[in-house]
Design a protein around this ligand. Structure first.
Ligand SMILES: [Zn+2]
Ligand SMILES: [Zn+2]
Length: 145
């Protein structure tokens, strides 16, 4: 967390308290929040925080390579990941949460081992899996007794 703030300062980024709040919130979150989710949470502490500020801060962090915007969408909304490195994700069909999947790093993926597929050079693999998260599975099995 300190690292990201330090790096932003090194990049000459002016860290207003509001930008700081967005950066802090996202770096602590594990559930790939949407802009609205980030905004709602921060507004409790910063009632004057606008969605536009959240957007512009996320855009800046993305440009600096500190975070990534996922191409998978949470109920149609863009969501953000404090981990800019390649990793896989699972979208839970029950609760709509997006989880990090700790499975073979994408660079070990058999697709990556191929020089080319159908004449295309493969440079990056990010898998989006669809299924049911452990929490929802537990709820289901609790219901069944
Ligand atoms: Zn779930
Ligand atoms: Zn992730």
């Amino acid at each position: 967390m300190k690292d990201i703030i330090a790096r932003l300062k090194e990049n000459g980024v002016t860290l207003t308290p509001q930008r700081m709040a967005v950066t802090e919130f996202l770096s602590r979150s594990r559930n790939h929040p949407t802009v609205d989710e980030i905004h709602r949470n921060i507004q409790r502490r910063y009632p004057t925080m606008s969605v536009a500020t959240v957007y512009s801060t996320l855009k800046l962090l993305k440009e600096l390579g500190e975070i990534q915007e996922l191409s998978i969408r949470k109920r149609g909304k863009a969501c953000f990941d404090p981990n800019p490195g390649l990793h896989h994700h699972l979208l839970c069909r029950k609760c709509g949460k997006i989880l990090d999947i700790d499975f073979n790093h994408p660079s070990n993926c058999p697709i990556m081992a191929k020089e080319s597929i159908d004449g295309c050079k493969v440079e990056e693999v990010q898998a989006y899996l669809y299924g049911i998260c452990p929490e929802c599975l537990k709820k289901e099995s609790d219901k069944k007794g």
